[in-house]
Design a protein around this ligand. Structure first.
Ligand SMILES: *Cc1c(COP(=O)(O)O)cnc(C)c1O
Length: 401
């Protein structure tokens, strides 16, 4: 166990872990069941194009999200594109800058212009007042993001979308199985999008889904995601190939079978991190509203340099030397990334403040409570000696490189 400054790997101590510890490892579930499903698909000679496994997966995701329609896709980025295109969105799309680049890319790829909105400095969720202020005659849609699985302010955004007559969608990539005011995420706005990428809480290797209660929109998306082919198999409009395969659905179903267990483990992990780091100056573990259903997929800490003496990047480097691969989700904000930077730069004070502080720590079923205690020991030593570490930083980093 590490106790002193010199125990840290950046100060020459041995790394705390033998192998890299990642923010999220795939939640595969029972692989016997996965192989059984795959075998069944092969015997069934139906590998894609809306096969039985994809339909079963869509049904289960729709149930979980408490919506009438679900279209499974090859990933969430294409799902976002399908939603925007099938809703005839044009012009500008207002979205938080504090998100994964894919939210912005999906709009840009269609020739739409992302307009970045600031966030609440505590929660990282889209600020509805700022979103309302950004609405212009060119606005086609607002895309809210349920960052880290916490619900965006859905009611306020519904009101803005209705008042201003713009479409409203949600990037729910983090929010499978979560609620907003007790209502399942999935049914808000005109449509919502989930991701089943390998790093998400339920995985289908790569995958995504669009969920909505709007049957007409779902039908159009279904057509568009299969080359624009109508159910009668005639080309009805311009489409793309956004389909999910049977092998992906086999993984998705198996991962979904394990979802409740994954969520419970992640909740335990989150509680342990919170307890271990409680009271540590300058370190706060972002909490989830206990009245909501959460998936606890992310453990996010804020590192406040004014109190710790070291900044988030230094904390990340200290952890990395110990083979703890913590990730700055999401930093920088999209508005500061080269493709989206403007001259003069757009300033989003809360996004810039928060994105400099946040760090996602390893969790998921592959991380044990012993691992978490060791990660927290490292954070504790780093914070307790923050000023000293910072004073020696340049020297240290030169020597170790
Ligand atoms: C992962 C993620 C996406 C992209 O999902 P893919 O399925 O990998 O395309 C989009 N938005 C957010 C917020 C994400 O975290």
């Amino acid at each position: 166990m590490k106790r002193a400054l010199t125990d840290l790997a950046i100060f020459g101590g041995p790394a705390a872990f033998l192998h890299d510890l990642y923010v999220g490892r795939p939640t595969i579930g029972d692989r016997t069941r996965f192989f059984a499903r795959l075998e069944w698909a092969l015997n069934n000679n139906w590998l894609t194009n809306g096969g039985p496994l994809v339909r079963e997966f869509e049904g289960r995701v729709a149930d979980l999200a408490d919506v009438r329609h679900c279209v499974a896709t090859c990933n969430a980025t294409v799902a976002l594109q399908l939603v925007l295109r099938a809703s005839d969105v044009s012009g500008e799309v207002i979205m938080p800058s504090m998100t994964f680049a894919a939210t912005a890319h999906a709009a840009s790829w269609l020739g739409l212009e992302p307009v970045f909105c600031d966030v609440d400095p505590e929660t990282g969720l889209i600020d509805p007042d700022h979103a309302a202020a950004l609405v212009s005659p060119r606005t086609g849609a607002i895309v809210g993001v349920h960052l880290w699985g916490r619900a965006a302010p859905v009611d306020a955004l519904h009101k803005i979308a209705a008042d201003k007559q713009v479409k409203l969608f949600f990037d729910a990539a983090h929010a499978l199985g979560c609620t907003a005011d007790g209502r399942a995420i999935g049914g808000f706005g005109d449509a919502e999008v989930f991701s089943f990428h390998a790093t998400k809480t339920v995985t289908s290797f790569e995958g995504g889904a669009i969920v909505t209660d709007d049957g007409q929109l779902a039908d159009r998306i279904r057509t568009m995601h299969n080359f624009g082919l109508s159910p009668e198999r005639a080309v009805a409009e311009i489409g793309t190939n956004g389909k999910m395969s049977e092998s992906a659905a086999a993984m998705g179903l198996t991962s979904l079978d394990a979802f409740a267990e994954t969520r419970d483990l992640n909740r335990t992990n989150h509680a342990l991190y919170s307890a271990e780091l409680r009271g540590l100056r300058g370190i706060s573990v972002h909490q989830f509203d206990a009245r909501e259903r959460n998936n606890y997929q992310y453990v996010i800490v804020s590192v406040d340099k004014t109190a710790t003496g070291i900044d988030r990047d230094q904390m990340q480097a200290i952890l990395r030397a110990e083979k703890v691969i913590a990730q700055p989700y999401f930093s920088p904000g999209c508005h500061q990334m080269p493709p989206y930077r403007r001259d003069p730069p757009v300033r989003l004070a809360h996004t810039e403040y928060l994105s400099e502080q946040v760090l996602a720590l390893p969790t998921g079923p592959a991380v044990s409570s012993e691992d978490i205690r060791r990660v927290c020991d490292i954070v504790r030593i780093a914070v307790t000696n923050g000023e000293l570490i910072n004073a020696q930083w340049d020297q240290r980093m030169c020597r170790s490189s």
